[in-house]
Design a protein around this ligand. Structure first.
Ligand code: COA
Length: 270
């Protein structure tokens, strides 16, 4: 990892990370653990969590798995209580559990739309609501993993766009309500991130990947590690006056795709 801080910045802290068994969330868990944080991973599949937690322990970190579906409030609350019983008060929360499948609005049933909204938006609310009583206050930080779909309408993504827009507004509402308790709440909105299930679904062929890459000013996808670095910063004391922010990490893609396309068209060919 790039040694941005030069020292362990989360020593002695405990984090709960939903969706922590894989993808961006697992990279965040690894980064937190490298910085001295004990991580409690929550997700649907016990085996996946066990494998992820074992990997972190083998690398010298402290980690445990607590299976629950973020859509099931009672099961989720029990898993969070299990994490608190095992590791003490919770300092950091990452609401990362998400679902996605590309489909036009007319190609998804009401239940398909609801599944994504339930995982992404209701699941984020459920996690924040259930964890609050276990948070170290003041000083706790919550990061909700959003996406650029929250403010960029995209075809085949009506469910995700609607859900993530809700996530970002929830972030802002909770930042206002919980600021006086000393709890910070922020969103991270990644764009295209390499080596994730989401990207495999959204850019399944080399041709689509190439087109997408051309639309990104920095001309590449993010790595999962780069999103983890941002989460590390936001959860650290270096960000202790930042709350209610939606921090976009997309290589500039959402700024002006028309402008980027025009630039690409006008650029002299080598
Ligand atoms: N196109 C259209 N509808 C789809 C679909 C697709 N590709 N995939 C699932 N659905 C619909 C199902 O048909 C079902 O609707 P129905 O009951 O009317 O038939 C509904 O979505 C729920 O499907 P189900 O598989 O029972 O839901 P689930 O709760 O097990 O899974 C999903 C949730 C649908 C989001 C699934 O894609 C998932 O588990 N994803 C997790 C991983 C992931 O998406 N990671 C990327 C995050 S960015």
């Amino acid at each position: 990892m790039p040694e941005v801080f030069g020292r362990k910045v989360l020593e002695g802290k405990t984090a709960v990370i939903t969706g922590g068994g894989s993808g961006i969330n697992l990279d965040i868990a690894k980064r937190y653990a490298e910085h001295g944080c004990t991580v409690a991973l929550i997700g649907r599949t016990a085996e996946k969590l066990d494998t992820a937690a074992r990997g972190i322990r083998e690398a010298g970190g402290a980690a445990s798995g607590h299976p629950a579906d973020v859509r099931d409030y009672d099961a989720l609350a029990a898993a969070i209580k299990g994490a608190r019983d095992a590791h003490g008060e919770i300092d950091l929360v990452v609401c990362g559990a998400a679902g996605n499948f590309p489909a036009p609005a007319l190609g998804m049933s009401a239940n398909g739309f609801k599944s994504v909204v339930d995982i992404d938006l209701l699941g984020t609310f459920n996690t924040c609501r259930a964890v609050f009583e276990h948070l170290r206050r003041p000083g706790a930080s919550i990061i909700n993993i959003s996406a650029t779909q929250a403010f960029t309408p995209m075809p085949m993504q009506a469910h995700v766009c609607a859900a993530k827009a809700g996530v970002d507004m929830l972030t802002k509402c909770l930042a206002i309500e919980w600021g006086p308790d000393g709890v910070r709440v922020n969103s991270i909105a990644p764009g295209a991130v390499d080596d994730t299930e989401g990207m495999l679904r959204l850019a399944p062929t080399p041709e689509i990947r190439k087109q997408l890459t051309r639309s990104i000013p920095l001309q590449r996808f993010a790595t999962k590690g780069e999103i983890a670095d941002l989460a590390l910063f936001l959860s650290s004391d270096a960000a202790k006056f930042i709350t209610g922010a939606v921090v976009v990490c997309d290589g500039g893609q959402s700024l002006a795709s028309l402008g980027v396309n025009m630039m690409a068209a006008m650029r002299p060919r080598a």
